[in-house]
Design a protein around this ligand. Structure first.
Ligand code: GLN
Length: 492
């Protein structure tokens, strides 16, 4: 077995036993990046020297017997998390020269626990997208390919496509992501790895470039449920610098992974049986139900009646918040400044026209429109009311069941260029993931099977607010039943 194939849990044990050094582990990952990143484009920035220095510090800590949860573990950081002294682009031309003077709380927590940062992972521009095709730094390739058509380059999903591809391709042992409408779970499903969007408020948003503040959730990617639990345990925690950060204790997520589901009630929401859903997605869902029953859970049919309004609500609320958040990119305070402006207004217009790509401009236009005086009541206010109904659906259903089981995505990974001419087709990808963002409840995606083309498909488990432990417990059962752990992408 190669060092890059290890799980985080196994690597942490190996480091403590002295089977290998943190330097060797980091060198193995940097070599894998050197070999495979030219094709995958999963990293925007590779910080090799800094990573080796962090690895040496980890080896010194290990020698002193001062190892922490992630000492010496090499990770990829979505390039939406500000990293002190390391360029942070948000996948946008407008932030291409931006070097933050501060560290995000989540990445600071990972560093406190000894993690090694390999570099900054590619993403859709400002985390807007489901394909990683909107990055100003070029698309990311999914390390998986279709059995029938191996030359077609598939998308890794988005927006955290670089993070997911890096973990699936063994370029990093884990990664950070953010999930505003599915950007951790959808790429996890497309790349055959595990990703969890925790409860809103569980991980601080401080120092994470804002997309839609009431929907943005930082969270981890890894190749196993347990590794995700280890990473979340480090990333989570109250942060006074984020006013929406929850002042609640961080439980032992790792211990929850092995708990099993005996005595749990799991709901299957009938509204997620989307019209025209691919037969194999439905079959996988049925298989997941059977696995949970066999492991001792009671599985019942439930209803979340406002599910059908989720996408429309999301695509009003998210652009509205984005249009407000992105007003700060004015050519004066951050990043790019266009030259040749005649006056201040001209400077703003030139900088924003040069700096933002098409999808970001589309979101700013939609957001500005739904917040404008004549349309605020018809769109934004109504969307906020529907959001409250969606939240109520979840609180009602969690009076009856402990968790929900659904597919993560309506299809497996599609090819680069597909679904690009019609933004609405692209938005439909998020149909199963956005409700958990609107409600702020935790949700995990676990790889559960392969489609006819040999591509991974994920199942989603949604839980009660601040009950990630049940989500990990159910995820652990699905992972063990699916036996997906041994499978991995070989392309690239
Ligand atoms: N695909 C969704 C969007 O484009 C979600 C993105 C995300 O979660 N950051 O808005």
């Amino acid at each position: 077995m190669m060092l890059t194939d290890l799980t985080i849990a196994a690597a942490a044990d190996g480091l403590r036993r002295g089977d290998f050094t943190a330097r060797a582990l980091t060198e193995a990952h940097l070599a894998a990046i050197g070999a495979r990143n030219p094709r995958l484009n999963a990293f925007i920035t590779v910080t090799g020297e800094a990573a080796l220095a962090q690895a040496d510090a980890a080896d010194a800590a290990l020698a002193r017997g001062e190892a922490r949860a992630l000492t010496g573990i090499p990770l990829a950081i979505k390039d939406l998390f500000c990293t002190a002294g390391v360029r942070t682009t948000a996948g946008s031309h407008i932030l291409s020269p931006f070097v933050p003077p501060y560290e995000s709380t989540v990445t600071a927590n990972l560093l406190r626990d000894g993690a090694v940062f390999l570099g900054k992972a590619n993403l859709d521009e400002f985390a807007m997208g489901s394909s990683n095709m909107t990055s100003a730094f070029g698309p990311v390739a999914n390390p998986w390919t279709r059995r029938q058509d191996p030359d077609a380059v598939l998308v890794p999903g988005g927006s955290s496509g670089g993070s997911a591809a890096a973990v699936a391709a063994r370029l990093a042992m884990g990664a950070t992501g953010t999930d505003t409408g599915g950007s951790i779970r959808q790429p996890s499903s497309f790349c055959g790895i595990v990703g969890i969007k925790p409860t809103y408020g569980r991980c601080s948003r401080w120092g994470v470039v804002a997309f839609a503040s009431s929907l943005d959730h930082p969270g981890p990617f890894a190749r196993t449920v347990e590794d995700c639990a280890i990473l979340l345990g480090s990333m989570a925690g109250h942060d006074p610098k984020d006013s929406t950060s929850a002042d609640v204790a961080v439980p032992d997520f790792r211990a929850a992974c092995a708990r099993g589901v005996k005595g749990l009630r799991i709901g299957v929401p009938r509204e997620y049986r989307a019209e025209g859903m691919a037969g194999e997605i439905d079959a996988l869902w049925q298989q997941g139900i059977a696995w949970l029953r066999a492991a001792g859970a009671e599985v019942v049919d439930v209803s979340l009646p406002h599910t059908k309004y989720g996408l429309a609500t999301y695509y009003i609320v998210a652009p509205a918040e984005a249009s407000s958040n992105l007003a700060r990119y004015d050519g004066v305070r951050f990043g790019l400044r266009a030259s040749g402006g005649e006056d201040l207004r001209d400077l703003y217009e030139r900088t924003r026209a040069e700096g933002f790509g098409a999808e970001v401009r589309r979101r700013i236009l939609i957001g500005t429109y739904v917040l404008s005086a004549g349309y605020y009541d018809a769109y934004y206010l109504r969307a906020q009311k529907v959001r409250a109904l969606i939240l109520r659906d979840f609180s009602d259903v969690f009076g009856q069941v402990d968790a929900l089981l659904t597919p993560t995505t309506p299809s497996a990974a599609f090819a680069q260029g597909e679904k690009m001419d019609d933004p609405v087709t692209m938005y439909l990808n998020d149909v199963f993931t956005v409700p958990a963002n609107l409600a702020g409840v935790p949700a995990i995606s676990v790889p559960a099977g392969l489609d006819a083309n040999g591509l991974p498909l994920g199942l989603q488990v949604i839980g009660r607010a601040f009950d990630e432990e049940t989500v990990f417990a159910v995820g652990g059962v699905l992972e063990r039943a699916a036996g997906f752990g041994g499978l991995h992408a070989t392309a690239g």
